[in-house]
Design a protein around this ligand. Structure first.
Ligand SMILES: [Zn+2]
Length: 403
């Protein structure tokens, strides 16, 4: 918890936490975390994309590697725990394994990923995609608000942008990936439980809708002769909530623009966004199909035209059943009720799942608040999570030996 506070002071701003990819604060945070890893007498380094690493090697030189970690970058005006908690718990685990002289049949690697949030350059999961050999060289041309490209920022940071692929880790070297993260939602808080097992990370689809009607004078066009795009959009938004309840998915219209946008003009054109997510891709797609049918019939009856564009689509990613069972058992061993839940938010784990079996443990955060400076966790919960993590790793090691 002290280390979380120390990292919270490493920011681009004096007034709030902001630690973005390839910034000065990224460099300082990596150095501090490397220092904490060094205190555990573990190996430490920074890789070709800017992730920070630590390693407690197994006795056997041919051992596979279990990676534990999360991200060290933040959003603008962030909390102290999103991502950071998972990295620092993994660092603490190195200390515990070292001090308790626990030998494992795999190397334990700790990673602090460099860009999960995608704040500076717009593309997310850059650090973990590089590890999973999913890095795209086009990304080097992405620029920040000042026109600085990733390639240029890498040079000033001290990285070689032509060598990012060196960060990739061959899948045959890996025994798994385990990430601890704050839940960022209210489910554990409501259930009054410190930790929960993640079943899958929801797959999201995002769309832009445009409804075309007819602008007109607010005083002269009779009600029955209007083609009011905003009224059509409002009815559609209500259907979004209905679809979510009907199909048990989450769906959100978070952005809406009305044109021409004047107090005395009937709205002729409305654009709105849709974000729809589920741990089950088929259910999510069925909900979307139902929704577009409903939109069609509502808008047709009002003589409004609609067009839409899909702007993002990611499949859901499942946590491995072995990790889920291992974490469930560890939680039960702590005499706690086992609660399994999907993650509605994206994580580095999504990229890592491309190369190795995935496990995720959620820690309760107060009122489910995250991506906000009021993000808050309890030290007792972190203690429980550490115990669950330690037990799970030892059990996973036993399971690995059996196989
Ligand atoms: Zn996060």
């Amino acid at each position: 918890m002290r280390r979380c506070e120390a990292l919270a002071a490493v920011s681009e701003s004096r007034d709030y936490i902001e630690r973005t990819y390839l910034s000065d604060s990224h460099k300082r945070a990596n150095a501090i975390v490397e220092g904490w890893i060094a205190e555990a007498k573990a190996e430490h380094w920074q890789d070709a994309v800017g992730n920070v690493w630590g390693r407690l090697p197994s006795q056997d030189a041919d051992s596979k590697t279990l990676i534990l970690g999360s991200h060290l970058d933040t959003i603008v005006d962030a909390g102290k725990y999103d991502g950071i908690l998972g990295v620092l718990m993994a660092v603490e685990l190195l200390h515990l394994l070292r001090s308790q002289r626990i030998a494992l049949p795999f190397n334990i690697d700790v990673v602090g990923f460099c860009d999960e949030e995608g704040v500076r350059f717009g593309a997310t999961l850059l650090g973990s995609y590089a590890i999973a050999d999913r890095w795209k060289d086009d990304w080097l041309d992405l620029t920040d608000v000042n026109g600085v490209s990733i390639a240029e920022a890498m040079t000033s940071f001290g990285l070689d942008s032509t060598k990012v692929s060196d960060a990739a880790i061959p899948r045959e070297n890996l025994a798994g990936y385990l990430e601890v993260h704050i839940e960022q939602g209210p489910v554990l808080d409501r259930a009054n439980l410190p930790v929960g097992v993640v079943t899958a990370i929801a797959g999201a689809r995002r769309f832009n809708f445009v409804i075309e009607g007819e602008s007109g004078h607010a005083g002269t066009v009779p009600m029955e002769m209007r083609k009011d795009a905003l009224v059509g959009a409002c009815l559609c938004v209500q259907e979004v909530e209905k679809a979510a309840n009907l199909y048990d998915v989450v769906a959100t219209v978070g952005d809406i623009n009305c044109h021409p946008g004047a107090v005395n003009v009937v709205p002729g054109n409305v654009q709105f966004s849709l974000d729809i997510r589920s741990a089950r891709d088929k259910t999510r797609d069925a909900a979307f199909a139902w929704l577009t049918d409903r939109f069609d019939s509502i808008l047709n009856s009002r003589d409004l035209a609609m067009s839409w564009q899909e702007i993002h689509k990611a499949p859901s990613v499942a946590c491995s059943s072995k990790w889920q069972r291992t974490l469930e058992k560890s939680i039960a061993d702590c005499n706690l009720e086992v609660l399994s839940l999907p993650s509605g938010a994206g994580h580095d784990a999504m990229a890592m799942e491309n190369i190795t079996p995935l496990g995720m443990l959620f820690v309760r955060c107060k009122d489910g608040i995250s991506h906000h400076p009021a993000e808050s966790i309890m030290v007792q919960d972190v203690e429980v999570a550490m115990e669950v993590l330690m037990t799970a790793i030892i059990d996973y090691a036993l399971g690995t030996e059996e196989v």
